[in-house]
Design a protein around this ligand. Structure first.
Ligand SMILES: NC(=O)c1ccc[n+]([C@@H]2O[C@H](COP(=O)([O-])OP(=O)(O)OC[C@H]3O[C@@H](n4cnc5c(N)ncnc54)[C@H](OP(=O)(O)O)[C@@H]3O)[C@@H](O)[C@H]2O)c1
Length: 294
């Protein structure tokens, strides 16, 4: 049952993520209007109490806040450009993934048509939408975020405004995804390495977990302090030492018959730090190589 005190929301795009977003608004008591290019995807939500919009114009008219979550920014323009004259004064919350430049261009486009714009990233999978701990990043109009914070928090209690650069949320999203992909890939390298001797991944996994908790996490936190200070002094684990370790890891991977490729750039970045005269510093200094592509 919709609560008259809650802002009416229209959700455009009812793929896996959009359907979860609409479901969260329904559950929280918002009058929720839904639209999707393939209309059948609205059926289950309409059964739960959502209002079906027969076209985009009807969805736009029904909601003060338009939440859009589609495959990419081109799809967003395909949907909203034809109705842009009716978007003045509306709040567009775009939860479609892209790159920072996509977000900045979209913010400019929204500004030109008189709409308020927030560019957001949902840092989870659809089943976790609406939970108190669920993290969403936002960039764009601070006034819009503050005015609608309680409505935005329906999608995730940990909704964070990062700044007025509309591209900032995308940057955080990509930074965290990079950490996810490289961490997982490195764990798979480890599983392949022990697997080359028929050791199951499950035998390494508990040690990997303890290693990540007790060694990797403190290193990641400590590296942030070093990076911000631009000081990489260490008393216990030098780049010299780790550069030798990476050479061994690459050679041992080859000898065990698995691909060493994932580890090769790390070996080469550390070797460059040593060659540049920073062998006695911590490996966090590798960021200087990453920041300065040749
Ligand atoms: N799923 C996740 O775990 C997750 C997590 C975080 C962020 N996201 C982001 O959320 C966004 C949506 O992802 P999803 O998982 O919901 O994808 P999905 O299930 O593949 O849904 C894609 C949506 O985009 C629509 N669409 C595609 N091309 C279109 C076009 N030309 N015109 C109009 N609508 C179009 C689809 O409509 P039809 O139904 O008509 O094809 C559908 O509603 C993506 O940017 C994704 O990166 C997803």
């Amino acid at each position: 049952m919709a609560d008259a005190n809650r802002a009416p929301v229209s959700v455009l795009g009812l793929g896996m993520m959009g359907a979860a977003l609409a479901g969260a608004y329904l559950k929280a008591g918002h009058r929720t209007t839904v639209w999707n290019r393939s209309a059948g995807k609205a059926d289950a939500l309409v059964e739960q109490g959502a209002v079906r919009a027969d076209d985009v114009a009807a969805a736009v008219a029904a909601g003060d806040i338009l939440v859009i979550c589609v495959v990419d920014y081109d799809a967003m323009y395909t949907i909203l450009d034809p109705v842009k004259d009716s978007l003045s004064g509306k709040v567009i919350v775009n939860l479609t993934s892209g790159v920072p430049e996509d977000a900045r261009n979209a913010a400019k486009w929204a500004d030109e048509i008189g709409a308020e714009y927030l560019d957001g990233y949902i840092m989870t999978v659809p089943p976790a939408v609406g939970l108190p701990q669920t993290l969403l990043f936002y960039g764009g109009s601070q006034a819009t975020f503050e005015a609608h914070e309680s409505t935005l928090k329906v999608l995730g209690g940990n909704s964070v405004f990062l700044g007025t650069d509309a591209g900032i949320a995308s940057l955080y999203d990509l930074a965290l995804l990079g950490i996810l992909w490289s961490s997982l890939a490195s764990a798979l390298h480890g599983y392949a390495l022990v697997g080359s001797e028929k050791v199951p991944a499950a035998a390494l996994a508990p040690y990997a977990e303890a290693w990540i908790t007790n060694v990797v996490l403190p290193s990641v936190k400590g590296a942030a302090q070093m990076v911000d200070a631009g000081q990489y002094g260490t008393a216990f684990s030098t780049t010299d030492l780790n550069a030798v370790g990476l050479v061994k890891l690459v050679e041992a991977s080859k000898a065990q018959g698995i691909r060493p490729d994932l580890m090769i750039p790390i070996r080469d970045f550390l070797a460059k730090r040593v060659a540049d005269g920073h062998g006695d510093e911590a490996i966090a200094g590798m960021i200087e190589v990453i920041k300065n592509p040749e």
